[in-house]
Design a protein. Sequence first.
Length: 336
Amino acid sequence: MALFLALALFGVATAARKASRSGKDSDRSVMAQAEGSRDGRLGVDSRLGDILHHPAFAEFGRLLLPWDGRSYDEDLRLRDIGSLLPYHSHVSPQLVVSALNDMIEDARNGRTIFYDIYSDAQKRDEPARAFTSLFFFRGSPGAPFAIIAPGGGFSYVGSVHEGFPHAVEISKKGYNAFVLKYRAGYGGTVATQDLAAAISYVLRNAEGLGVSTDTYSLWGSSAGARMVAAIGTSGVAAYGGDDLPKPAAVIMAYTAHSDHSSADPPTFVVVGENDGIAPPATMERRVAALRQVGVEVEYHKYKGLGHGFGLGSGTSGEGWIHDAIRFWEKFMRPKR
C-alpha cells in the first residue's frame, strides 16, 4: 500500500512537472510570437531597430520604412508602427510583421528581395534616386506580375501597410508582386517617373526575374493610385520610361485622381464611405467618366471605413484584394 501511494504521488509530481513545462513552453511560444525569435523572425514587440539592423535587410533597411531622411526612434515597438503612418488607418501590426518575416525567409533561402531600378550613374545625376527600389515577392515562375505603389500623400511611402501585405496576398495566388519605393517629397510627377522606371526595369529584366511580360497589372493606394492611374491614362513613355504596353488592369484604392481617357485599362476601384481625403463622390465621378467612354470598371464602397485602410483586415472591406485579383485575371491572356 505504501509503495502504491508512493508511486501515485510520484505520478502526480511528474504530471505537475510536465504541466509546468508545458505551461512555460506555451508562455515562451506566446512571447516568441510577440517578440520575434532567435532565428531572426520579427514579432509585434520587436523594435524598429530590429528592422533597421536586420542582416536580411542589410544596406536597405531604411527603405522598408515610410520616411526618407528622418531619424527614427529605434526602440519603437512594431505594434505601434501605425504611428509612423498619419494618412493611414486600420494598420495591423500582425500583417506588417508577417510580411516582413516572409521577406526574411526569402533572404535566408538565398532569394534576392531588393532591386535597384536606377543605375549608379543615374543616382549620381539625381541623388534622391537612392531612395528608390523594388521589393520582390515571388509567385510561380513565369507568372504575370503586379507592381504596387503604396500611398502617403507623396510625403512618405507606406509600404509596410499597403505594399508588403498586398504583395503577400498576390503572391499567394501564384502571381509575382513588386512593391515600389519611390521618391517622396517631390510630388506626383517625380513619383510617377519612378513607377515608369520600375515598369521598364521589370520588363527589361523579365527573363532573369522569372516573370511574364504579358498582362501585368498596376496597383496603387491614395497617392500611389494617382501614379498608377496616370500610367494607365498616358502610358509608361510619357513619364520617361520605355515605350511599353499599358497594364492589363489598374487597381485603385481611395484617390482623387481625375484624368482619364477612352484608352485607360480596365479599372478596379475601392473606397471607404467615410473617406474625407478621397471622398466617394470624387471617385464615383471618375468611375462614371471611365464608364462613359467605354472603360470597364468595378467599383466597391465599404461601410464604416475612412482613408488608408490597406487590406481592411477585420473591417467591411476585408477580402477586397481577392476581388481585385479576380478582376485582373479576367484580362489575362490565355497561355498558348
